[in-house]
Structure formats: C-alpha cells, structure tokens
Design a binder for this molecule. Structure first.
Ligand SMILES: [Zn+2]
Length: 287
C-alpha cells in the first residue's frame, strides 16, 4: 500500500518525531528526524535554492543543530548540501564512502550533464541554478554501517549492497519503525537504472525486506510499506532473470522488444537490460 504524504512542500509526521517532505521538483522526498540534541536531515534536494528552501522548512520545525545524511550521489538528493554546511560550520555530512568518491571525481561532470539537459529542455532558470551549485563532499563516511546518536535516539545508516547505485545508504529509525530507502525504491515512477546494478539490485532488496520498518520512505513519491517494496523487488528480479536468459549479442531493436515485456516498462527496462548486459560481459571477462 501507499500512504498519502499530503501536499507538496509540507512536512508530514510519519512516525514519532520523524517527518517527510515531498517536494514538487521531481517529486523527491526529504526527511527530518528529531532527537533531543540534534536533528538529522535526509537528503538536501537538487540546487542551493532548493536547499535553502528545505533549510527554512527544517527551521520551521526545530532549532536543533543539524546533521545531514545523503542517500546517494545523484544531484536531486545532494546538490543542496552546501546550504547546510554553510549554515553550521561543524555540520556532519554522512554518506557512503563511494558517494564521496563519486562526487569528488564526477560531481562536476554530473552538474554539467544535468544543466545541459535542462537547458536543452528550455529550463534555463533551473539550468542556471545547477551551474551555480558548489559540490559539497560528505565528511563522515560509511562502509557498511554507522550509528548516529541524536540525543535520546539512535539512527542507523546502512549500506545493503549495490542497487540503484553502488553507494546507496539506508537511514533507519528503529524506535519509530521508519526506514528511508533513497532511490532503492521509487513510488509513482519506475525504478531508475541509469547508474544501477540490475543483477544485484533484487538481492539487495531481499536483504532489506527483513530489516525495514513498517513505514518506508522512497526516494521519490508517496510513503509505502513492505508489500510495496516486495513487489518492486519482484519487478527488478524479473529484469535480472531476463538479462541472464538473453543471448549476449542482441541489438537494440531486439533489446527494446524484450524490454517491452518487463513490468518496469519499456524505457526503464531497456536501460536496465543494457546495463545488465554490460555487467554480464564484465563478469564473463573475469572468468
Ligand atoms: Zn537516484
């Protein structure tokens, strides 16, 4: 099932002192978790203007010093980070270690690509906003697990394996039964495979099925539950199963036809099958 998050741009309390804010741009979610000494902001949106808007929204709820956690290295989840870093010079910014590596090596390239795409689409204002972004690197890095003490409440950061990217980080709030999954799960849009590991993703989600809370916040869209996660896991498993059954030398026309049979849809499925084929070829070369 999915829950109604309420209107865009408003905090909704989805567990004890755990809030989600569904933002109109890209329908991306941001989270806010309150402890007694600190608050934790989950993801910072896609530009400094959007980051500032989110920061003001955080301050409308709490005056507690903030800590930031980034679910992965995609711009729409982390390009507003500099606002939070500048607002509080000792601000801890948590992310997976490969999120740091990805932003350090390719953050600027990602900025150029997205702003170019926006400009081509006639979104000049948004493109200018992207061009102005300062890529801010995380300063607290997670390998597999980390715990953050917010004062009277502990939050767990967990990397469950490769999936939507190689640096997805799950934010767990055990005492509120809430889990933020970033783009490992999406509601209202198909899973995004552009930088994904389609052969590993379903295995990663299987591990998560046993540990997620009753309330699950996807990277985009409405809040969901474990049954929704299980269904999306099944759709992603179907991609991996099909990719393994297909001959390795299919051309794009044949791949497109195959992708059209997938529950994730033809467009996402085609990207997924291409990625899976690349990874299968890399695996074959290793043997
Ligand atoms: Zn993403």
């Amino acid at each position: 099932m999915t829950y109604d998050n309420g209107p865009w741009g408003r905090w909704r309390e989805i567990g004890d002192r755990v809030f989600v804010r569904r933002n109109k741009t890209l329908d991306v979610n941001a989270g806010l978790i309150l402890g007694e000494d600190h608050c934790l902001v989950v993801d910072t949106r896609s530009s400094e203007r959007e980051g500032r808007e989110l920061y003001r929204a955080v301050r409308s709820v709490t005056g507690l010093p903030h800590v930031v956690a980034l679910t992965h290295s995609h711009f729409d989840h982390c390009f507003g980070t500099s606002v939070f870093a500048e607002a509080q010079p000792d601000c801890e910014i948590w992310a997976h270690e490969r999120c740091h590596a990805e932003l350090a090596t390719s953050g600027l390239q990602q900025r150029v690509e997205i702003s170019g795409f926006l400009r081509e689409s006639g979104e000049e204002v948004l493109a200018d906003e992207l061009d102005a972004v300062t890529i801010t690197l995380p300063n607290r890095l997670v390998g597999t697990d980390a715990r953050i003490d917010l004062g009277g409440r502990e939050v767990v950061l967990h990397h469950p394996g490769r999936g939507h990217t190689d640096n997805d980080l799950v934010v767990e709030v055990p005492d509120a039964d809430v889990t933020f999954l970033g783009d490992l799960v999406e509601q209202g849009a198909p899973p995004s495979f552009d930088h994904a590991y389609p052969l590993d993703w379903a295995v990663t989600l299987t591990r998560l099925l046993d540990r997620v809370g009753r309330v699950i916040v996807p990277g985009h869209g409405a809040v969901v539950d474990v049954d929704f996660l299980a269904r999306q896991r099944q759709e992603i498993a179907e991609v991996a199963d099909l990719a393994r059954r297909l001959p390795p030398d299919l051309d794009d026309t044949e791949l497109e036809w195959q992708a059209g049979r997938l529950a994730v849809g033809a467009a996402s499925g085609l990207i997924a099958l291409r990625r899976a084929q690349e990874h299968l070829q890399q695996l074959a070369q290793l043997q």
